[in-house]
Structures are given as structure tokens and as C-alpha cells.
Design a binder for this molecule. Sequence first.
Ligand code: AMP
Length: 436
Amino acid sequence: MIILTQFNELGLNASLLKALDSEGYKTPTPIQSASIPELLKGRDLLGIAQTGTGKTAAFALPILDRLAKLKGRPDRGTCRALILSPTRELAAQIGESFRTYGKFLRLSQATVFGGVSINNQIRTVGQGVDILIATPGRLVDLIDRRVLSLAKLEVFVLDEVDQMLDLGFIHAIRKITGLLPAKRQNLFFSATMPKEIAGLADALLKDPVRVEITPVATTAERVNQSIIHVETRNKLNLLIDLLANNAMPRTLVFTRTKHGADKVVKGLIKQRIESAAIHGNKSQGQRERALAGFKSSKLRVLVATDIAARGIDIDGVSHVVNYDLPFVPDSYVHRIGRTARAGASGEAVAFCDPEERPLLRDIERTIRQKIPVTQHAMSLATPEGNERSGGPQGHHHPNQNQPSWRKKPGQRPQGNRGNGKWRPKHQQRQGGGQSR
Ligand code: AMP
């Protein structure tokens, strides 16, 4: 397998290269160099990768390249490429990516999802679009209303399939795939590949190229992580204290519940810390305003639940705070990955109440690292904390007396780097692992 290292070696057209250049993208990420040449040949693809790997461009660029070669406009009520996304945020994000990469091409696109009026969507989709990005529920609605036909589809993308199944979209997906024309190119992306998903991929894909990028441990390695043991009742004050005493310009805080997110925002606003929450109970308008405020740095803190944060792609998140530990260890990796986009590194701190310690152990098992403990005035004394420096893992935080979290960015703690971590075999293949 040859790994190509420059965008201009991948076979993309000049307008796309110009757009990439203007975005400042220098080299393709592993998933891009492995997928783009194969997709340009028209092959199906099975991508095992999560956000943060550059997978959106990996599928958007070859789709744009292919559609740019077509003559004429799409027929009314049809689309030429369809991208299905589990959440509105991810759909909007994908739409933005297509707009960015396709800015020197004259292709039409639309993004449709629920929670907003369908009338504009009916008008836009009714005219016919080259690229349609949709959440499954709203797409089925448009099909049922006979606004949209998939008969002319050329490329079909299912993104974040594991999330789609978690959110209960399996019936919608079955319905949609049943309406696709026989001759088409299929792309299928999922961060995980349990049996059910592998079965769905098998049924959909014809002789796919398989590209597996497993960033779980990699993401965890790039992020400077720390844990502060603290009672739940002190978590809000701890967060306020960290924000007051540290350079944390763009901080994403994760809570387990919507109610918890609102409570944190209320507490922060009382202290005049500009913040907002995004979660399932917020209207589309509120979510968009919160995201825009965070992106433009008007808000210093965004508090989110896991589902709401899926697919949101904000460059330059300086810190991720796990206010509550997630029940699912993978969510921890997704969360901290928000501060390590496209190869950047970042800082992540987790607050751990005594009752959350079993969750912490699960997380450490998943990422195969001990997360260094940082001491704070509000820290709980833990026997585990002592074990950590001399225990069997032999992991000693280099700044035990001078917490790393107290340092300003640029003085990154090295606590979780280069400690001889064991790597599972499948991860040794990453960096464009590709097999047929
Ligand atoms: P994704 O995994 O598609 O969500 O992409 C993660 C982030 O990486 C996004 O902010 C992209 O804009 C950015 N990105 C994607 N590809 C590249 C690249 N080749 N060079 C630099 N940034 C990239």
C-alpha cells in the first residue's frame, strides 16, 4: 500500500486543491490518503473512524470531484449525492464542510433536519440539489410527502452509523436504502463495528475498500489529561476556581444530564462567566446561538451533554472539562477528542466524585492509561491518589505538588506521555491501515 502525502497527489481537481489550500490544509490525514484515491475510482468504502480523523473531507472531496464532472442540473425533486447523519449538528457541520471545499465549484446543496420548519426544505429540495445532507427522520418525511425521489442518486453516504442505531434510526435507514437505485456508490462510516453494524454494511456495500483508523488510544495520547478527586457538591466551585485562575479561553464542559448542564451554566453566569448550554431540550435556534457564541469567543464556556456534542466541530477548544464522568468509557474518549482535532493537542480535566471511581477505572482500562491526579484545594484525599505514584503502573505525575492544571497553556504537562503504554495490535496498523 502506498500512502500518498500531498493533496495534489490524490487525483482531485484543481478547484478542490485551491479550496484546500485556502483552508490551510497542507497534508491529507491518514483516512484521506487511504480513501480518496479509491473513492475517485468509484469504489464503495467501509470506514471505521470517528470524528476528528478528517473523515468528512475524506468523503466530501471525492463526491465533489465526481459531481463536478456531471453535466446539467439535477432533476427537480432529486439529489445526486445523499449524506445521512445521526444529528442535526453533524448534518450542519457536514454541510459547512461541503460548502467550504466546494466553494470554487458550482454545485447546489441543501441540509435538512427536524426541529425546524419543513417548508423551506420542501422548496429547496423540490428544485433538485446536487448534494443533500439529511437526518433520517426528516428525509423520510420529505420522501413520504413526495417532495424527494432517490431514483437519480449516484453516491450514498451513511455517516456515524453506530450513533444512528443508538438513536433508533434503523427503520428509517432500512426504508431509505430500500429506495436507492441499484447502481450507485456507497460509503459507510462507523466508529465501532459490532455485529449488527457489520451486517448492515455487508448488505449495503459491494466489494468495499476497508479503511480503519482507530484513534481511541491516539486521541487519548494527544490530550494532556488529569483527574481531580472532588465531592460532587464542590464541583461547581472547583470549575469556577479553575476558570478564574487559568488561561482557559475556550472550554467545553460535559455533564451527564440536561438538568446538570443548565445548573452549571446558571452557576457560571452568576459569577459573570459567559456560558451557555446545548442539549436536547434546547430549541434549534438556542443551540445555534450557543454554538455561534462559542465559536466567535463571545462565550468562554459551552456546557454540553454527550448527544448534543456529537458532530459539533469547533476548532481551538482549549480545554475539555468532564464535570461528570460518562457511564460509557468511549464517551470519555469522544469528549476529550474535542480538544485534539486534526492532530492538535489539548487539555482535559475530569472531576471524579467517590461514587464515580468505578467509572474512572473503566475509562482507564479503555484508554490503557492511568490518568494523572492533580491536587487542588478542593481535592479529596484519596488512598488511590497515593497508590498512583508508586503503584504497579508506576505512574507518577511529574507535577504532583505543582498541579499541571495550574499551568498556563504552552507549559504542557508531560504526565501521560511516553510511559511505555501497551498498544493493542490493531492500533499498530493505523496511519492509513487499509485492506481489501
Ligand atoms: P472530521 O473528522 O471530518 O470531523 O474533521 C476534523 C477536523 O479536522 C475539522 O475541523 C476539519 O476541518 C479538519 N481537517 C480535516 N482534514 C484536514 C487536513 N487534511 N488538514 C488539516 N485539518 C483538517
